[in-house]
Design a protein around this ligand. Structure first.
Ligand code: UDP
Length: 328
């Protein structure tokens, strides 16, 4: 199938592109490279540098390449930033997504896979969090993804658009060739590995007084390749109807457990400093993945935290400055 991947130069988009190509699909990457990296784009993908904010750019790309489906990764994705800059999220993320959906509708493209988020569940009543949990977006970022989910709901009724909304928990790890390179880097695992590489003195633990076994926040880390595979399975299942899945590993690990595992893997002492809590961090976020397992036969290939961190470590060792020094 020919798939247009927005944000295919970013972390999850580039690794999903790699997996799509490995499984025989054709990929057109559409990315403005504000956050993504040209070197992250698979050499067998067609690359279109374009901006979703400019509707004619995405419209022209769809008209020219005629994809059968779209996977939409391109978005601002920082919860904390969205609390400081709500319009960037409520306006740009939603406007860009709607431009994409309108361009698809104009050209009869009726398959949509959305990168959604666990940030839809700010006040979960049950843990692990299932798909039918009450939706309470935790930030303007989460709200912007929820608006995308609702838009897809309506486009199915008005245009016959089939969609899969995949609500990620904490994506982590790397493939052999592609990994996580954000600027600035704010995520726990790459920051911990930067300490092991000698690029940072210590890792800050944002609060050790949470109501969890060791006092630090618990998250559900899912290997990015398992996440990529979930997109490909969801795409194949769209003919049978639209769907929504929570995508986690089903297991929670604390910040201290992540750091301890990284110490074992890297052999570096990884000094820590306890700092105050980060605003907006819930104590525990763990996803239930029974639905996607039962319906699509999805099963994480890398469920162990050790394997997830090891893959990230191998990539960061090979690319100590991310894509900045990649020889592609
Ligand atoms: N965290 C931390 N120190 C850091 C970065 C993150 O203690 O320098 C914690 C953060 O509070 C959260 C967990 O690590 O509990 C995962 O954070 P990350 O930003 O990677 O993902 P999030 O859960 O916010 O999507």
């Amino acid at each position: 199938m020919k798939v247009l991947v927005t944000g295919g130069a970013g972390y999850i988009g580039s690794i999903t592109t790699e997996n799509l190509i490995a499984q025989g699909h054709e990929v057109v990457v559409f990315d403005n490279l504000y956050q993504g990296h040209r070197a992250a784009v698979h050499p067998k993908a067609v690359f279109v540098r374009g901006d979703l904010a400019v509707k004619v750019e995405i419209s022209a790309a769809i008209a020219e390449h005629k994809p059968e489906a779209v996977m939409h990764f391109a978005a601002y994705s920082l919860v904390g930033e969205s609390m400081q800059k709500p319009f960037k999220y409520l306006q740009e993320n939603t406007n860009n997504g709607l431009n994409l959906m309108e361009a698809m509708s104009d050209h009869g493209v009726k398959k949509f896979i959305l990168s959604s988020t666990a940030n839809l569940f700010d006040q979960p009543e049950r843990m692990p969090i299932a798909e039918d949990e009450r939706i309470v977006p935790g930030s303007p970022y989460g709200e912007s993804k929820f608006i995308m989910e609702r838009a897809l709901h309506w486009l199915e009724k008005t245009h016959g658009m089939k969609s899969a909304c995949l609500r990620y928990f904490n994506a982590a790890g790397a493939s052999e060739e592609r990994g996580e390179d954000h600027n600035p880097e704010l995520h726990l695992i790459p920051l911990v590995l930067q300490v092991a590489l000698g690029q940072r003195e210590h890792i800050s633990i944002f609060g050790d007084d949470y109501p969890t076994p060791d006092g630090t926040c618990v998250r559900d880390y899912i290997h990015v390749c398992d996440l990529a595979q979930a997109h490909i399975l969801a795409l194949a299942a769209l003919e049978q109807g639209s769907r929504t899945y929570n995508l986690g590993n089903g297991q929670g690990f604390s910040v201290k457990q992540v750091i301890e595992t990284a110490r074992e893997i890297t052999g570096h002492p990884i000094p820590v400093k306890i700092t105050p809590r980060r605003a907006g961090d819930p104590a525990v976020l763990v996803g239930a993945s029974e639905k996607i397992r039962a319906e699509l036969g999805w099963k994480p290939e890398f469920p162990n935290l050790k394997d997830i961190i090891l893959s990230a470590w191998q990539w960061h060792q090979a690319h100590p400055h991310g894509y900045g020094d990649a020889k592609h």
